[in-house]
Design a protein around this ligand. Structure first.
Ligand SMILES: Nc1nc2c(c(=O)[nH]1)N[C@H]1C(S)=C(S)[C@@H](COP(=O)(O)O)O[C@H]1N2
Ligand SMILES: [Mo]
Length: 530
């Protein structure tokens, strides 16, 4: 019965091919991570392929990913890559049963993809970065070749008594080979974890051992009354654990502060220099409350937060290096900050040196910067969106011009210059809330960094704009809480808020998308009063 036997043979192929392919893929990844643990953890295949995908993702898709998956976007990407690999691995496994060499060659092809991706990463440190993917692919190809050769049918043969013994599959041979492969790959994976963990521990120890000096210029005491007592309103200071995180780093860089350096060089730098962390910490430090905002924040969105930052005044370092702002005849109008993972961000030199508290921050809310927020040092320029100012894991500052160089996001269609737009956000009530009729507290935060907030107004449906109560302003660089007591009446209502900045400019009602220079329009929420 050829029909039955070919059906069974298909089942057999899947039953052998799938585990063979998956085991080979597992072996490849484990060996690659092991070699990456020895060479450079950031050169691991999933990290470099993921990074290359992030860099090539169109802005619209990236926006969608951030909107849909929020801060889990990177975990989703990792899982997606692994899922795609698994499907391909099963395919290669089945192929290898009949074409061993072709299957193995397929695995090698992925090694090429990984190696090319590794070498194309902006933080690539040279040809050694190709090793993890190459070694992993070799191991994976070998594993697939061996497993496939153990999974072929034993031909039918004549028995001594003259009968015929049916052909079959040597289950044992395959299981033994599979078991050996699984144990070997599992051990490689465990060793890889150990090695990467040990590297990370150096960075963790350097952070735990860091004692932040007291600021020479402490933040002015936060005035009483910056915080309103309204349930559901964003606290004035955002806890580090709650602070939003936006970056392209698939693996958070864990920098050992002992080996960290910051270079300052470029156009108009008469005295190029490199600083160690200790040299920066020995300087007079400033401490400031600053609200940071992401250009990808939708109207009403979560990518904004306020922290108390401790750091070195950036303009002082630049002046010591001989840099002058363009308004004083300086040649460089763009400061390009580069991170250890190759990210580049460009800020106007004029803004950095105009007297605002632009800084190289080492502390966040009383502790060394968390790894996710840029340990050991990040840049901050009050008033500018993060992507043009807030370089985390910074290691290099180059003075150049806007004509001469486009940093990472500008190459991808975002604006060269991006001051933060004035926004009021309604924190409470939440969209589609069902507050009881009677007094309802409408409250939130408003920001227009470096201009300050002078007024917030609230409107119910198409009614008149009504002044909200403003909390005390800390500084022009921080957000300001506001609240409005509404006498809610039964029915569906749209609540809208708008802010006025310190120059008297009212927040525009013109809706704009986040790309290229930040969302605009007014935040509103719809509620139903039963
Ligand atoms: N090295 C590096 N720095 C970076 C980024 C990045 O992707 N890589 N993202 C920037 C963006 S877009 C923003 S909004 C801020 C966010 O800082 P946070 O994650 O500490 O909130 O960091 C900026 N600095
Ligand atoms: Mo951002």
């Amino acid at each position: 019965m050829p029909g039955v036997s070919s059906f069974r043979s298909i089942l057999f192929r899947a039953a052998r091919g799938a585990p063979a392919g998956l085991l080979a893929a597992f072996t490849a990844l484990a060996v690659a991570e092991l070699v990456a643990g020895l060479v450079r953890p950031a050169a691991g295949p999933v990290t470099v392929v993921g990074g290359a995908l992030i860099d090539r993702t169109p802005a619209a898709v990236k926006d969608f990913a951030i909107r849909t998956f929020g801060e889990n976007d990177k975990a989703v990407l990792r899982l997606g890559i692994l899922a795609v690999l698994a499907v391909i691995a099963v395919g290669l496994g089945v192929l290898a049963l009949s074409h061993r060499r072709a299957g193995a060659a397929g695995v090698l092809l992925f090694g090429v993809v990984g190696s090319v991706a590794a070498l194309s990463r902006p933080d690539s440190t040279g040809i050694a970065d190709a090793l993890p993917s190459a070694a992993g692919a070799l191991a994976g190809a070998l594993a697939l070749y061996v497993l496939a050769s153990r999974a072929v049918p034993v031909p039918a043969r004549a028995d001594v008594d003259g009968g015929e013994r049916a052909g079959g599959w040597s289950r044992r041979g395959f299981l033994v080979a599979a078991g050996v492969t699984a144990v070997a790959a599992g051990s490689a994976g465990a060793l890889a974890r150990f090695l990467t963990g040990r590297r990370g521990r150096g960075a963790v120890a350097s952070r735990e051992g860091l004692v932040l000096p007291a600021p020479a210029s402490p933040a002015p005491a936060v005035p009483a009354g910056v915080g309103l007592r309204v349930p559901g309103i964003s606290p004035f200071t955002t806890r580090n654990a709650d602070f939003y995180r936006v970056d392209t780093a698939l693996a958070v860089p864990e920098v050992d502060a002992g080996t960290w350096r910051l270079r300052i060089h470029g156009k108009g730098v008469d005295r190029p220099r490199a600083y160690t962390l200790d040299q920066l910490l020995a300087r007079p430090l400033i401490e400031r409350d600053v609200t940071l905002t992401c250009v990808s924040n939708e109207v009403g969105g979560p990518y904004v937060g306020t922290a108390r930052w401790l750091g070195v005044r950036l303009a002082d370092l630049l002046r010591e290096a001989g840099v002058r702002p363009p308004s004083q005849g300086g040649e460089a109008d763009q400061l390009v900050a580069r991170s250890v993972d190759g990210m580049t961000l460009g800020s106007p030199v004029e803004d950095v040196m105009d007297g605002r508290d632009a800084m190289l921050a080492v502390g966040m809310n009383g502790e060394p910067l968390p790894f996710e927020h840029g340990y050991p040092v990040r840049m901050l320029v009050p008033g500018l969106y993060g992507y043009v100012s807030a370089c985390k894991w910074i290691t290099d500052i180059e003075l150049t011009t806007f004509d001469a160089y486009d940093p990472y996001w500008v190459k991808r269609g975002w604006a060269r210059k991006a001051p933060i737009k004035t926004q009021a956000r309604i924190d409470t009530p939440k969209p589609f809330a069902r507050p009881a009729a009677g007094p309802v507290a409408i409250a939130g935060v408003a920001w227009a960094q470096h201009r300050g907030i002078s007024r917030v107004e609230v409107r119910i449906d198409e009614g008149p704009w009504q002044d909200a109560d403003l909390a005390v302003q800390d500084t022009v660089d921080t957000w300001r809480q506001w609240s409005y007591r509404w006498q809610a009446t039964p029915g569906g209502h749209t609540v809208t808020a708008r802010a006025t900045d310190g120059t008297g400019a009212v927040q525009t009602e013109q809706r704009a998308r986040t790309i290229p220079d930040g969302a605009s329009g007014r935040h509103s929420v719809f509620v139903t009063v039963p």
